[in-house]
Write a protein of this length. Sequence first.
Length: 168
Amino acid sequence: MKSLAAKKKGGNTVALVRQLAEPIARDLGLMVWDVRFVKEGADWFLRIFIDKPEGIGIEDCEAMSRAINGPLDELDPIEQAYCLEVCSPGIDRDLTRDEHFAAYLGAAVHVKLIRPGEDGKRELTAILADYKDSTMLLRTAEGEERAIPRKDASSVRLAEDDFGGIEE
């Protein structure tokens, strides 16, 4: 397998940073939830979202930031100036990877669709009943089931506070 440095040229910045961050996070008792490299206004931000079962505190973010700073500078996967932010994915975290969906089966999610559904609505809050082959099976408060391919959603977030607490 090629080293991170060998893959740097032409590599995907987010994938390279994730590959660098995951073992560092594991050593700290954390997991990498997501990595994003985004431009906001004139500034670029590299955001590393971390998590652990009992939740994240500022000390965890600080420890991860200190631990990854040197290796990130050494790898140097980003040409332009950027701000590094290490943070929690939050209570209403985005579900973006297959393992996120698997971890939150049975949870309430808020889905924003790219195009309106058959009912004309672009947003839906429901229980994530199943997730297979990149398709979410959602159960609404009325008990209806709806299969939505992940590619048809612009975002999927946890919605515990918004849903009203349907229990399985």
